[in-house]
Design a protein around this ligand. Structure first.
Ligand SMILES: C[S@@+](CC[C@H](N)C(=O)[O-])C[C@H]1O[C@@H](n2cnc3c(N)ncnc32)[C@H](O)[C@@H]1O
Length: 236
């Protein structure tokens, strides 16, 4: 009798363990699927995704330019909302992976280049209003100031510039720093003043973040009194 009960007990436990193991595996699979498909853009920051969604609609954004493609998660998110998306990646290995995931998107153009070079080539050909999502970094050369300079040279004003990994005062959001220089307002202000004029641009920060919990700055040039000053090279 004792042996029979012990055997039954073992069988039950093995069956229970098997069920638990299967549930765990399924949960893991679902988790991975959610991470890959639901909110992978913007490092999983769905507060930022929501804010960007609103901006795109409010501003009637026609073109997005992303610097730093990496695996293309944010690119694909942008391409679902914006008629034309350009993304720039310096590393061939990331670009190759990203390209595979862009097969279903006819509105994405991938440029394999150093971001300021690619911006110089493509900005004169794009339609505004433009959303610039500046997110190229990780290596010794930090292209952010040169990227702003290329936007300045183009004369474009109908745009929103979003810089990821930015220092947000009075927050615990993560931000970039290179050789002791934080990516903060003081660092980009001279370039923005040169691009759009002193006090001719406004900015605001993200106030909530999730995912990798990174800081973000949004920059919008104020409209010029004489809109004719915007370079004719841009199709409106
Ligand atoms: C933080 S990841 C970009 C993440 C991507 N924007 C996203 O939201 O999923 C930074 C990327 O910038 C690329 N990068 C770094 N320097 C660059 C440069 N000068 N020009 C173009 N891409 C650059 C890196 O190779 C890397 O893939």
């Amino acid at each position: 009798m004792f042996t029979k009960n012990a055997l039954l007990y073992v069988c039950h436990m093995r069956f229970l363990n098997h069920i638990i193991w299967r549930v765990q595996r399924r949960a893991l699979k679902i988790g991975r699927w959610i991470f890959k498909n639901i909110h992978p853009a913007f490092n999983g920051d769905w507060f930022l995704a929501r804010r960007m969604d609103a901006l795109i609609r409010e501003q009637g954004i026609q073109t997005a330019v992303e610097t730093g493609t990496y695996l293309g998660q944010t690119t694909r998110w942008l391409a679902r909302r914006i008629p034309s998306v350009h993304t720039i990646e310096i590393q061939e290995k990331f670009a190759t992976k990203a390209r595979q995931s862009f097969r279903k998107f006819s509105n994405i153009q991938l440029h394999i280049d150093n971001s300021p070079n690619a911006l110089r080539e493509l900005i004169p050909k794009i339609t505004s209003p433009v959303l610039f999502f500046l997110d190229a970094h990780w290596y010794d050369y930090w292209p952010i100031l040169d990227e702003i300079q290329e936007i300045r040279k183009s004369g474009i004003r109908k745009c929103i510039i979003v810089i990821h990994d930015f220092f947000v005062p009075h927050s615990d959001f993560g931000f970039d720093s290179y050789l002791g220089q934080p990516l903060d307002l003081a660092y980009v202000t001279p370039a923005l003043d040169e691009a759009f004029g002193k006090q001719q641009w406004k900015y605001w920060y993200n106030t909530r973040a999730t995912g990798w919990n990174r800081g973000v700055i949004f920059i919008e040039p104020l409209p010029l009194e004489n809109q004719g000053e915007e370079k004719a090279a841009h199709k409106e």
